[in-house]
Design a binder for this molecule. Sequence first.
Ligand code: SF4
Ligand code: SF4
Length: 204
Amino acid sequence: MIITSAKPLEEILALLKDEDYIFIIGCNVCAAKLKTGGEPEVLEMCKQLEKSGKHVVGWALPTAACSIRSFDSLVQKNEKITEARCILVMGCGSGVSTVASVTEVPVFGSNETLSLGGSSGGKLLSDQCIMCGKCTIGEFGGLCPKAQCPKGLLNGPCGGVVDGMCEVNRENDCVWTLIYNRLKKINRLDLLYTIHAPQEHGLK
Ligand code: SF4
Ligand code: SF4
């Protein structure tokens, strides 16, 4: 089971400050068990966002946010998602990454992803999330450079990127090329102007 904890509401509102007409996607597996993304938490988030002046166009609770395979499968759960200008995923980092891969609007996460917490019954998406404990994937368009850049660079590509490919794993796209293309597509290139401090990996 992937261990998550909920970000404070103020942090979520800061992430969503330029966004509105939000669709919420929960996770009926790990996050539901940990009370960070099951139905009660999704309904409470709808209430809190509306109270803060945001419009929530709808919500869905797939079996697991990280198992979503297509946009159509989300439309089948709730067609209101077609009206969304932004999506908030109440699951783990892999869930955010998975939703971003099938949608064309900005995607943010409401949780921190802390650890595996033991063993996993499903396939681990470690190429999408390394469970770093401080989730910033929403600031990178739903692609995590901590997981996908071999150097874990948080502020743009290294000098080794060649024709969009990674100098370390030459068969892979440089994730920073993917991040740039994704942010351009969702009209959020402004996010590239944020300078990210190094990740704190120490035990608190
Ligand atoms: S920032 Fe990346 S590694 Fe950290 S929790 Fe989010 S998706 Fe996972
Ligand atoms: S080429 Fe891109 S993905 Fe590869 S190490 Fe450099 S910044 Fe990271």
